[in-house]
Design a protein. Sequence first.
Length: 135
Amino acid sequence: MQFWWPVRVYYEDTDSGGVVYYANYLKFMERARTERLRGLGFEQDALCRDHGILFAVHSLELAFRRPARFNDRLEVSAELRDSRRASLGFHQEIRRSGESDILCSGQVRIACVDARSFKPRSIPDFIRSELTNVR
């Protein structure tokens, strides 16, 4: 099941040419993944406080196809593609709201880590079961 999160491009998101600065696409994707987890009942701060885990980006690959510009309304997806013992793989896309052309797409792997040591840790069963039910 694909999830889309709305994002508005602000002036601060752009470069001198009015085009979204490349690193800001990563921020937009982070927001969508966070909201995806929040929608399933998982708040990042509560996972840290109550279960001692964090999700951190392990790796990513992006493809930029078309520029987003100042004041665009965007939609950012966060689709879970695979789940490993201690990581989740997401496919993400960014497009203008109401359009089908993809501006940017990426594969993002997030790792579940211990909040104190930052060492990999198995994703708790209560999270894994919820995530696999909504694929």
